[in-house]
Design a protein around this ligand. Structure first.
Ligand code: SAM
Length: 247
């Protein structure tokens, strides 16, 4: 998979070279290109923003640098790869595990990272004529810029690529994924069995795989009911779960 980032702060994307994404880049599973949007600004100050038509506070990102960047990066119907242009924006569709799964099937994602009050709407209109466009929000809050959102989306997507995780089984029982999709993960424990007076639940030391699986399933239901009851409505498992206070 190829990933491109259009940003005025390329250094924000430096963490991509760390940990598992870095390993995936070195192994050739991922191809990552971070572009300074100002490379496509031609005035002396390399300006990428201007005042909003209609008035109001703040600045808006100009269309020309994005348009030139798309052309130079070969984004278009003849670009050779199935390309999705992701605009990170608090007005976008909520980012979910389901959306990460969809994006992971693509060949190329171009992240257009907004700053200021956002990007001139015509950039999105134009991008929609040359590629698939997704406007994505990572939550109901406002960040200073789209880079952190692009990183979050990237991390959720690339770990779904075949060969990315050392152990693909790690993906199976996670929150929001795998069997029982929509449920949160059960609590996890490691050695020692007793720490500062806290004991690991005895069932996990029993070696009885059936009982362990049943306990974990019950914990997933309990946790989801307590923390994210909205998810239970979307899950068939929710129909058999009732929260009993104090249990
Ligand atoms: N004026 C915009 C609004 O009210 O929707 C907010 C602009 S914000 C200060 C600057 C940039 O940060 C946005 O263009 C977007 O790229 C990014 N951003 C902020 N919050 C975000 C979120 N929750 N999800 C994704 N991107 C976000």
């Amino acid at each position: 998979m190829r990933l491109d980032y259009l940003t005025i702060f390329p250094d924000y994307l430096a963490p991509l070279s760390l940990s598992l994404p870095g390993k995936a880049i070195r192994s050739g599973l991922l191809e990552v290109h971070v572009h300074d949007l100002r490379a496509w600004a031609h005035d002396r100050h390399r300006t990428v923003d201007d005042t909003p038509y209609g008035g109001g506070a703040g600045m808006v990102m100009k269309p020309e640098p994005f348009g030139e960047a798309f052309a130079d990066l070969g984004i278009g119907p003849d670009g050779g790869a199935r390309t999705t242009v992701v605009f990170t924006t608090p007005s976008g569709e909520p980012f979910t595990q389901q959306l990460a799964t969809e994006l992971a099937t693509g060949e190329r994602i171009v992240f257009a990272c907004g700053r200021y009050e956002g990007i001139d709407q015509r950039v999105l209109d134009h991008a929609g004529t040359i590629a698939e466009v997704r406007e994505i929000s990572i939550g109901d809050y406002v960040l200073n810029g789209g880079e952190v959102a692009a990183l979050a989306i990237t991390e959720a997507v690339v770990r779904l690529l075949p060969g990315f995780m050392g152990n693909a089984a790690s993906l199976v029982e996670e929150s929001h994924s795998g069997e029982g999709a929509g449920l949160l993960e059960y609590p996890v424990y490691t050695k020692p069995a007793s720490w500062q007076g806290y004991d690991v639940p005895a069932v996990l030391l029993s070696g009885d795989h059936g009982r362990i699986a049943a306990w974990r399933h019950e914990q997933r239901l309990r946790r989801t009911a307590e923390r994210r009851p909205d998810l239970l409505h979307a899950s068939a498992a929710g129909t058999e779960w009732k929260v009993v206070p104090g249990t």
